[in-house]
Design a protein around this ligand. Structure first.
Ligand SMILES: C[S@@+](CC[C@H](N)C(=O)[O-])C[C@H]1O[C@@H](n2cnc3c(N)ncnc32)[C@H](O)[C@@H]1O
Length: 230
């Protein structure tokens, strides 16, 4: 029988935020696959599941394909294709592969590129949801994200689209803030409603930081929550 690929959401950082289901898969799977953004950069997702994997006494394999952070589409496609081939080799031999991914696999995850390719090759693909970073950030900030009929908007990139929809949203989750410029600040500040702005870096990790207002630092694990009050 062929193996299956399982996308495992590992939560925002604290290993105790792994789900029981994720933990079970990590204890039994033949291969754990963890994305790296560069050959010399350790995988964050792998570091989150390390305490779980350290408990294992049997033999399993760890694959760490590189998924570079580049806008070069051709280079990205090549890396995703290579990772898919690497994973497919194991599936073909009947070995299940768990692809660990930060937060939830359905939210801006590298898993989606692998999911599509492996599905196209005819293998079974499952997903185990994880605690997404922005609900983790809300917990760290100690605020509800949305109440009553509030509309929640998740923003990966600040461009003209944000200005167009601003008035319709009540709470904005701004992800990937390390790549946003002053445009983020200007766009949010141009809305005259009363607002609460909280920036969270490294949510649920030992070096977590929670600040009121926008942050100037360029940490990758950084999310800004903007809540407009009616
Ligand atoms: C490629 S997306 C991955 C999102 C992930 N799949 C999820 O469900 O949260 C990476 C972005 O998620 C946010 N993020 C992930 N983990 C975080 C953390 N521990 N603290 C703050 N933001 C985080 C940041 O905005 C970061 O730039």
């Amino acid at each position: 029988m062929k193996g299956k690929l399982i996308g495992v959401g590992v939560g925002p950082g604290d290993p105790e935020l792994l789900t029981i289901k994720a933990e079970k898969v990590l204890q039994s799977v033949d291969v754990v696959c963890a994305p790296r953004s560069a050959p010399a950069k350790p995988s964050i997702a792998l570091s989150i599941v390390k305490p779980s994997l350290d408990k294992r006494e049997d033999v399993f394999e760890v694959l760490e394909p590189v998924f570079p952070m580049t806008e070069d589409k051709e280079s990205l496609e090549n890396h995703w294709d290579q990772a898919a081939d690497m994973v497919a080799d194991h599936l073909e031999q009947g070995r299940d592969v768990a692809f660990v991914t930060l937060g939830d696999p359905a939210i801006f995850s590298t898993f989606s590129y692998l999911q599509q390719r492996i599905g196209d090759k005819g293998f079974v693909v499952d997903m185990i949801p994880g605690i997404t970073s922005f609900t983790g950030c809300a917990a760290s900030a100690g605020i509800p994200l949305v109440e009553k009929d509030d509309i929640l908007v998740v923003v990966p990139k600040v461009d003209q689209r944000l200005a167009r929809i601003m008035e319709h949203g009540d709470t904005f989750v701004i992800m990937k803030t390390s790549r946003h410029s002053e445009l983020l600040k200007d766009t949010i500040e141009s809305d005259n409603r009363n607002k609460e702005i909280i920036s969270v870096q490294n949510c649920s990790m030992e070096n977590e930081e929670v600040h009121a207002g926008f942050t100037k630092n360029k940490k990758y694990l950084s999310t800004t929550l903007v809540k407009f009050h009616k």
